[in-house]
Ligand binder design. Structure first.
Ligand SMILES: Nc1ncnc2c1ncn2[C@@H]1O[C@H](COP(=O)(O)OP(=O)(O)OP(=O)(O)O)[C@@H](O)[C@H]1O
Ligand SMILES: [Mg+2]
Length: 359
């Protein structure tokens, strides 16, 4: 794997990397972070850190930051900081950096489960995350981990599914959609694309569409997100989607079927266009197999009818088979852990460019 696909940071000496070590896989996502360890830890948390708003909030929740679902539950007391945007660590402010630092530290602590161990692991990032951002992530990881390797998210999915050849993985996350061709080796940058039409894009568009159709309704992206997570579909709908929303404070029922359909369908042309470009990267004799082996992952793969619609839109390419993974929450993280345990630690450098080894 070249520098764009994987990088490694190492701070521990070989003697330090011995007993009491835990190997982990981490999927650090815009929306949620999953961590799994070889010791059986398996956790999913919202990628959010909450800081008490003022002295009164502090009396209720304490002065320490809160993480994940607990932070969301107690949001009235907290300033919430989502340290990742578009799949990568925000670089806008010191607060973002601090939140990313504390979130990763928290995740590593959870993986340690109270034991005094050193942690080595593989962390997933968007397929085409910039070198700068990977370095930023690794510089944070170094504070908590003895060894960390960064790999592209769809590659982790392919590794978990053992689909290493003649396969295309489409990982539809919150911040990014990552598409990656698997050709039997670690994918190179040219075999991957990342674009920003994931779940956050859908939430924003859905919120706008519903506000436009029903101007009195109080709509937020969070409300749109929960409607989407319950009802997202493309193509024919089995039934009308009617949801209860607040119209100038009063609850009322609204039909949002068309808005959900059109917004969810708006990500399909980009996915198909990129698939059409990427398929040409396979040898012509492998293209037929690869087109029968398209895998959808990430939370967006739960959009009903999506696999069938992608296959239908690409019918000119012959027989197309698109499937969705059964466990989009953990499949990437599980692949990272599998990679981390199957490749000996001293060979991680062969999967990616090593830096920080002399630190
Ligand atoms: N049933 C569903 N239908 C449509 N979208 C869903 C569904 N369930 C979850 N999602 C969306 O999937 C996204 C989260 O997916 P995932 O956990 O793969 O993202 P992530 O890894 O945090 O993001 P990224 O990979 O971009 O950093 C969110 O936008 C969420 O609202
Ligand atoms: Mg993801």
């Amino acid at each position: 794997m070249d520098q764009e696909n994987a990088e490694i940071a190492e701070t521990g000496t070989p003697s330090a990397l011995s007993a009491g070590r835990i190997i982990v896989g981490i999927d650090l996502g815009t929306c949620r972070t999953a961590v799994m360890s070889e010791k059986g830890t398996k956790l999913l948390a919202r990628s959010v850190v909450g800081y008490p708003k003022d002295i009164i909030s502090e009396k209720v929740v304490g002065s320490e930051p809160l993480f994940g679902d607990e932070a969301v539950e107690k949001r009235n007391f907290l300033d919430l900081c989502y340290p990742l945007a578009d799949g990568v660590i925000r670089e806008a402010s010191e607060r973002d950096y601090q939140a990313a630092y504390q979130l990763l530290g928290h995740v590593v602590d959870l993986a340690k489960a109270g034991k005094e161990s050193e942690v080595c692991g593989i962390i997933g990032v968007p397929a085409r995350a910039s070198i700068m951002n990977k370095e930023l992530l690794l510089s944070i990881a170094k504070q908590f981990m003895a060894k960390a390797l960064v790999v592209s998210e769809p590659f982790m999915v392919a590794y978990e599914l053992n689909k290493l050849s003649n396969c295309i993985v489409v990982d539809i996350g919150a911040g990014t959609v990552d598409i990656c061709c698997m050709k039997g080796t670690v994918p190179i940058p040219d075999d991957q694309v990342t674009f920003l039409k994931g779940g956050d894009f859908i939430d924003e568009r859905l919120s706008l569409a519903i506000t436009r159709r029903y101007p009195g309704v109080q709509m937020t992206e969070a409300v749109a997100c929960s409607i989407k997570e319950k009802h997202a579909f493309v193509g024919e709908s089995a039934a009308k989607v009617v949801v209860t929303l607040r119209d100038e404070g009063k609850p009322a029922e609204f039909d949002v079927t068309e808005d959900i359909r059109s917004v969810c369908e708006s990500i399909v042309p980009d996915i198909c266009e990129h698939l059409e470009t990427l398929i040409t990267k396979f040898n012509p004799e492998d293209q037929e197999l690869a087109l029968k082996n398209i895998v959808l992952a990430g939370g967006g793969s739960r959009i009903r009818g999506l696999a069938a619609m992608i296959a239908e839109q690409m019918h000119e390419y012959g027989e197309i088979k698109v499937t969705a993974v059964s466990d989009p929450e953990y499949v990437g993280c599980s692949g990272a852990l599998k990679l981390a345990t199957e490749i000996p630690l001293d060979m991680w450098g062969q999967i990616g460019v090593m830096f920080g080894a002399d630190d």
